[in-house]
Design a binder for this molecule. Structure first.
Ligand SMILES: Nc1nc2c(ncn2[C@@H]2O[C@H](COP(=O)(O)OP(=O)(O)OP(=O)(O)O)[C@@H](O)[C@H]2O)c(=O)[nH]1
Ligand SMILES: [Mg+2]
Length: 466
């Protein structure tokens, strides 16, 4: 494979072609792996990707990665992304390595990452021929909101509207939907496409979605780009919203809204899917389970539904060599409860168990294809220590860290995670009060900076580093 020089545009078509052929050869030889870092908004994708790159570049803090443990891991190098905007690793890592470290901001656009890893192979034949082998790891980072647009690819405008209207019948959405629904019902759908009326409809629907996301903590938000438009901000591509059933007359307002929906689905969502989501080999789904527990049973169920919906857009199963080249499928799937450092390690088994229950519907598509998912509780960047304290004769495992927006470290007992789905009284007892922490400084070569990031990596890529 050629060592890329500058951006794709500078290399021209020949460079691009050589790169494509090189990728195909690498893929055939198992030297190229596309990792889907999947998760709803704020689930920890950007922090996970940043920590992953940091530790793979550093090469020391990943004892459970077999190649590291066996002393065969030689290091990594970031490559130019080949296409599109690069993942701003340096910016994120230097913000996390400052004296007063900062979390990355919510992601607003799609970026690419390519990391080349080097290792000594254990393969008998390759050891004689080429003992040092390479694996190129590819990741894309994007706003979590965009994931929920993938299921729209298989959805008509009628179905999209029907689903949105059904959802809006359920509390707590029902009360929030009133403004949008009043505007939608009063519209003259069969009349001419009045631009101001469409703008009012879209603004009301956007305000409703924003309220659902920010105030009610709900996850199932479609289309996600209305709240995280990225490069589409202010673009006419987003001038649609669900409508109550009505006949579709040519050149009517309804026809214009349907046309905008279909254009969005075909031009924006399909391109996003075809270019970035069709070719994954391995997948990690990050879930902020603790945030769900904090929010309540409705949000827990809503997240469960959103994750199940998203999972339908991925292809699972094992493939042979040809399949890997032509129609790759995800052959390893890891569900990870992120931010496990918010609770003491004694809670991690329960966290993992509860994760299994939450993502059971999401895992179905994979299981149907014979793929058994794995589950872990992880923290890409560990921000707390464990402290044992005594309270009324009982030993409690607490965590010590600096809470977000606070100056000093505190010790707190964040509450216990139930082994099974929470009972109705659990939700009302104020039992779940997991707090967010400020980041601890990311350093090179220091142990204990993550929780099971290396185990996650061993599961996701370990077999490709043999
Ligand atoms: N304590 C702790 N907090 C974390 C960890 N990972 C993420 N967080 C918290 O979760 C927030 C969101 O993490 P991101 O990585 O930005 O989430 P994302 O999935 O990229 O979110 P979007 O870009 O909005 O899709 C961070 O700002 C942190 O507050 C972790 O390992 N430990
Ligand atoms: Mg992000």
């Amino acid at each position: 494979m050629v060592e890329p020089g500058g951006a794709a545009g500078e290399r021209g078509w020949l460079g691009g072609l050589i790169d494509d052929v090189g990728q195909l050869v690498d893929r055939a030889l198992d030297r190229h792996l596309r990792l889907a870092v999947t998760g709803l908004r704020r689930s920890g994708k950007t922090v996970f990707t940043t920590a992953l790159v940091h530790h793979l570049l550093d090469g020391r803090g990943l004892p459970f990665l077999e190649a590291v443990h066996e002393g065969r891991y030689l290091g990594a190098r970031l490559l130019p992304p080949g296409e599109g905007e690069p993942f701003p690793f340096e910016r994120y890592v230097s913000a996390l390595a400052k004296d007063a470290p900062e979390w990355p901001a919510a992601t607003e656009r799609l970026t690419h990452l390519r990391l080349r890893l080097r290792f000594r192979t254990t393969n008998y034949w390759l050891r004689a021929l080429q003992p040092i082998q390479e694996l190129t790891l590819e990741i894309v980072d994007y706003p979590g909101e965009w994931l929920l647009d993938l299921p729209l690819l298989e959805t008509s405008f009628e179905r999209f509207s029907e689903t949105a209207l059904e959802l809006a019948l359920e509390e707590p959405r029902r009360a929030a939907a009133e403004g949008w629904l009043r505007i939608a019902r009063d519209l003259d759908q069969e009349g001419p496409p009045d631009a101001a009326a469409i703008d009012r409809l879209v603004a009301a629907y956007t305000a409703y979605l924003r309220h659902c996301q920010r105030r009610l903590g709900l996850a199932l938000i479609q289309p996600g780009r209305l709240l995280a438009p990225g490069p589409l901000a202010g673009s006419p591509a987003l001038r649609f919203a669900p409508l109550p059933p009505a006949p579709t007359r040519p050149n009517s307002l309804r026809a214009a809204v349907i046309e905008a929906f279909e254009r969005y689905r075909e031009e924006v969502v399909r391109a996003f899917y075809e270019e970035h989501f069709r070719h994954f080999d391995r997948q990690i789904v990050l879930v902020d389970l603790l945030a769900c527990l904090n929010l309540g049973p409705i949000q827990f169920a809503d997240t469960q539904r959103a994750l199940a919906l998203v999972s339908e857009s991925f292809r699972y199963g094992r493939t042979g060599l040809l399949g890997r080249l032509l129609a790759p499928r995800i052959d390893r799937l890891l569900f990870a409860a992120s931010k496990a450092d918010h609770v003491a390690p004694s809670q991690h088994a329960a966290l993992r168990q509860l994760l299994r229950l939450l993502v059971a519907p999401a895992g179905r598509a994979a299981r149907f294809e014979g793929l058994e998912p794995e589950f872990l509780a992880i923290a890409a960047l560990r921000c707390t220590d464990v402290v044992r304290t005594e309270h009324q004769g009982q030993v409690l495992s607490c965590v010590r860290g600096r809470l977000k927006d606070e100056a000093r470290e505190t010790v707190l007992f964040p509450g216990e995670i139930p082994e099974g789905l929470p009972e109705p009284e659990d939700w009302t007892s104020g039992r779940f009060r997991f707090r967010e922490f400020a980041p601890r400084r990311l350093r090179a070569g220091e142990p204990g900076q993550h929780i099971r990031l290396d185990q996650a990596l061993q599961f996701l890529i370990g077999d490709k580093l043999r």
